[in-house]
Design a protein. Structure first.
Length: 385
């Protein structure tokens, strides 16, 4: 059995939009599940409208929607909702990310789904959860980064508040959702019952900040902006070489004297300011200045070879185009036909079907439910599919 054959016969309905929910559904699709992406007319998933584009399609949408069929369906209408519940009757999983209160307004709640299909597994993704407070707080990745405190220690000490560029809370929440659903599938194999999981971006944020959070609770001091530095290790960060930038990472007591000798800075080894990791963290600035003055004298390539031979972890700070051209990236076969494979799919077995065009499979799906051509025409109107 291959990675793409892990979930044969599993039927997933993806009612979510943007990144977190679609990513979760795509993970299940890569593992072999049948995924139907249900999109609202007239424009479908919000990310379809976002730049940049490749061959007419939004790259954000393309990145998290492969291995799906697209059904354009107005679930706010009586006819559209009836068609949705026909699909729910034989589905295994439904993923939604409705704004607060919309599921209840539409009657698409776990109670309603379970009455239709007692074995249904439902994932409801939100920014701040569905508690009395959280359900009143809509939000996106960047907003949750801000509210959670994540932005407060991101960047350099003298920089304005910045967000982490990748949508790490959306993507990590999508991963938690997929893992939660896989666990629920295993439990259902024993219980025979459906289940409702409720992952949220705020939970993901605090999980991603776990060691900063525990460090603050232990010391009473909130984490600081350190730029490329690390809160528990020094020297650790980016230094300017003569032709680019180099990140040096030393995370143990044994590495520090090796680094000093390789740099010709032997006097730092016995300097009382730098004898232990705690000392070095307290005197991070003068230590970094001493190292920076030496690193600036040679090229990145020189230091990679010289420090590497001394057992010091270091590497060039690449832009994305340079990183994509690295031999190790080619070795890992990370990219195939404008799709990035999942880290748990080393053979790219899950990269089977490209992301669908809007409503591409509407007639096929509705016909499979027993709708006549006339009824399908009413449901989909003049949309593609």
């Amino acid at each position: 059995m291959t990675f793409g054959q892990t979930l044969p016969g599993l039927k997933v309905l993806d009612l979510s939009t943007n990144i977190a929910g679609p990513f979760a559904a795509m993970i299940l699709g890569d593992m072999g599940a049948e995924v139907i992406k249900i999109e609202r007319p007239p424009h479908g998933d919000d990310t379809r409208a976002l730049p940049p584009r490749w061959e007419g399609e939004a790259t954000v949408f393309l990145s998290v929607n492969r291995n799906k069929r697209s059904l354009l369906l107005d679930i706010r209408s009586l006819e559209g909702k009836a068609a949705l519940f026909r699909l729910i009757e034989t589905a295994d999983v439904i993923i939604e990310s409705f704004p607060p209160g919309l599921g209840e307004k539409l009657g698409i709640t776990f109670g309603a789904l379970r009455a239709c299909n007692p074995r249904i597994l439902m994932a409801s993704i939100s920014a701040f959860g569905d508690g009395p407070i959280g359900k009143t707080m809509p939000g996106y990745d960047a907003l949750v980064q801000a509210v959670s405190g994540m932005m407060s220690f991101t960047g350099s000490p003298d920089s304005p508040t910045i967000r982490i560029a990748p949508s790490i809370l959306d993507l990590s929440t999508g991963m938690w959702t997929a893992m939660g659903l896989l666990a629920a599938i295993l439990r259902r194999n024993t219980s025979g019952e459906g289940e409702h999981i409720r992952p949220s971006l705020i939970d993901s944020a605090f999980t991603m900040m776990n060691h900063q959070l525990l460090g603050m609770l232990a010391t009473g001091q909130p984490p600081e902006k350190l730029g490329s530095g690390a809160p528990s290790a020094a020297p650790y960060g980016v230094f300017k070489a003569s032709n680019g930038e180099l990140l040096i990472a030393t995370a143990s007591e044994q590495q520090f004297p090796r680094l000093c000798k390789a740099l010709g800075l032997d006097t730092l080894i016995e300097d009382v300011r730098f004898r232990t990791m705690v000392d070095r963290l307290q005197h991070r600035e003068p230590l970094d200045l001493a190292i920076a003055a030496v690193i600036n004298l040679q090229t990145v390539e020189h230091w990679r070879a010289h420090l590497g031979s001394a057992g010091i972890s270091c590497g060039r700070v690449n832009d994305l185009a340079d990183a994509l051209a690295l031999p190790v990236v080619a070795e890992r076969c990370l990219l195939k036909e404008m799709q990035v494979r999942l880290p748990i799919d080393p053979d790219s077995d899950g990269l089977r079907k490209p992301p669908p065009t809007l409503g591409e499979h509407s007639r096929e799906i509705l016909g499979g439910l027993g709708y006549s051509e006339a009824e399908i025409g009413t449901l989909v109107g003049n949309t593609r599919g």
